[in-house]
Design a protein around this ligand. Structure first.
Ligand SMILES: Cc1cc2nc3c(=O)[nH]c(=O)nc-3n(C[C@H](O)[C@H](O)[C@H](O)COP(=O)(O)OP(=O)(O)OC[C@H]3O[C@@H](n4cnc5c(N)ncnc54)[C@H](O)[C@@H]3O)c2cc1C
Length: 426
């Protein structure tokens, strides 16, 4: 079978070198077998080996090959559906439980970076930028909401302060999360993989799982080997394919696209003098930041149903130029796409299939922090402390209307409606 290489991204081009991780070619036995070496799988694996478990991770391609190695690198707190919606739909107790954990993934990332000395260009500060007064009102309400749950590292910026943070005339103000920030996402994943391996964990790359044989001691099979274990964690997210049909049915893969400009030298720090990462407040949002080598990395553009876009530049560059007209003649060095997993409720799905198969998926485009929290909660549940895991696992999740064939056009229609409202400023 041909080897699956990383997407042609700026991250792949600037990734730290890695040891060879050969495919699984034997029948082995461990305590926990994890399928997928993205942040969810790596975070769970690292927590488990730290607690003394034997763990093998089977990865269809390479460490960080999925969304974890291709994303915007923005450390965004809370969830894709925020705590006010959780309060309304699931009640105060659930909102309190999830609210308490809403900033924990961010802290886990920073602890990992510090403890294992992971070189991944960490920078502090995340700015949510409002394009109109209505969005500014939402940001003010969001600050109050998060503060009610004890998250107080937030600051509202007026138009002048926002313009000082980011040199674009598009914004009327913003909300600065001092505990947000950004990282080189692939190098974070690679650093976490190295930490996991330093504690005895095993990673098998180019080892797509073809079957999970359920039972008292499940068996996870690839074309050339198998893992017998006490627990399985399914951490495949948007790339799950047909491996576990009941999990795939509850999510929809969606694409997002990013471009990286040529290195901009001194110009870079005039674009975002604060060094923060920025995301706007539109339903189909733009997100961007400056890389360690002074490129502008600019993302956006959702495709429903995970189609690859033939012309990423044509979709993203017009938005980039609307934000920074001063880059009119800029050269684009890299353009890539990756898939995240959307759920109908926009809330992540965590749970069990039977007694010993665990999963987490569907962070709906908002997963850098959540996946790190999920890894900790999966490990806690396997260790028998499932209270925090169950706070997520008890959330009801419905399949998308329209089934596998019509879920894509129906969801795209909904997104078109909301983005039209954004364009009209209502
Ligand atoms: C372009 C883009 C930009 C984004 N930007 C941001 C951002 O700035 N901030 C933010 O918070 N979130 C962002 N996200 C979302 C975030 O990246 C994801 O939510 C998160 O990385 C998901 O991690 P994961 O480990 O669950 O899944 P993935 O990282 O997708 O990992 C799943 C892994 O499972 C493997 N796999 C699948 N099937 C099998 C199998 N049968 N056998 C073995 N292995 C298998 C895959 O090869 C893959 O490596 C973005 C997503 C994309 C696509």
């Amino acid at each position: 079978m041909p080897k699956l290489a990383h997407a042609p991204s700026y991250y792949a081009a600037s990734a730290h070198s890695q040891p060879a991780r050969p495919p699984l070619t034997a029948d082995i036995q461990v305590d926990v077998c994890i399928i997928g070496a993205g942040y969810t799988g790596l975070s769970a694996g690292l927590h488990l080996v730290e607690a003394g478990f034997t763990v093998a991770i089977l990865e269809a391609a390479q460490v960080g090959w999925g969304a974890s190695g291709r994303n915007g690198g923005q450390i965004v707190n809370s969830y894709s559906r925020d705590l006010d919606v959780i309060e309304r739909q699931y009640g105060a107790d659930t909102a309190q439980a999830l609210g308490d954990m809403a900033f924990e993934g961010n802290r886990i990332i920073r602890e990992r970076i510090a403890k294992y000395q992971i070189a991944c260009d960490l920078k502090n500060g995340g700015l949510f930028a409002a394009l109109n007064p209505k969005q500014m009102g939402h940001l003010a309400a969001q600050k109050q909401l998060w503060e009610r749950y004890g998250h107080t590292q937030l600051e509202l910026l007026d138009q002048t302060a926002t313009r000082l943070a980011v040199a674009s005339d598009r914004y009327v103000g913003g909300l600065l999360d001092h505990s947000g920030g950004h990282i080189h996402p692939l190098n974070l994943a690679l650093g976490e993989a190295a930490a996991f391996e330093s504690l005895g964990g095993k990673i098998y790359e180019q080892s797509p799982v073809t079957q999970i044989v359920r039972g008292k001691t499940p068996q996870v099979k690839t074309a050339t080997g198998s893992v017998r274990c006490d627990f399985v964690i399914v951490a495949c997210n948007a790339y799950i394919g047909d491996l576990v049909p009941e999990l795939a049915a509850k999510t929809m893969p969606c694409g997002s696209q990013i471009v990286a400009t040529e290195p901009l030298g001194a110009l870079a720090s005039t674009l975002i003098p604060s060094g923060f990462c920025v995301e706007d407040c539109n339903f189909l949002l733009d997100y961007y930041r400056i890389s360690a080598d002074q490129r502008l990395l600019y993302g956006g553009g959702v495709t429903y149903g995970a189609r690859d876009l033939a012309h990423i530049e044509a979709v993203i560059v017009p938005n980039l130029l609307q934000t920074f007209p001063q880059l009119a003649n800029v050269k684009i060095d890299y353009a890539w796409t990756g898939n995240f997993s959307l759920t109908l409720s926009r809330l992540p799905q965590m749970g069990r299939l039977g007694d010993n198969i665990y999963y987490s998926q569907g962070c709906s485009g908002h997963g850098v922090t959540y996946t790190h929290l999920a890894g900790r909660l999966l490990a806690e549940a396997i260790r028998g402390q499932s209270q925090r895991f169950d706070a997520f696992a008890q959330l009801p999740h419905l399949p998308f209307p329209g089934g596998r064939h019509f879920r894509v056009p129906l969801t795209a229609l909904g997104a078109w409606y909301y983005s039209l409202r954004d364009k009209m400023g209502i």
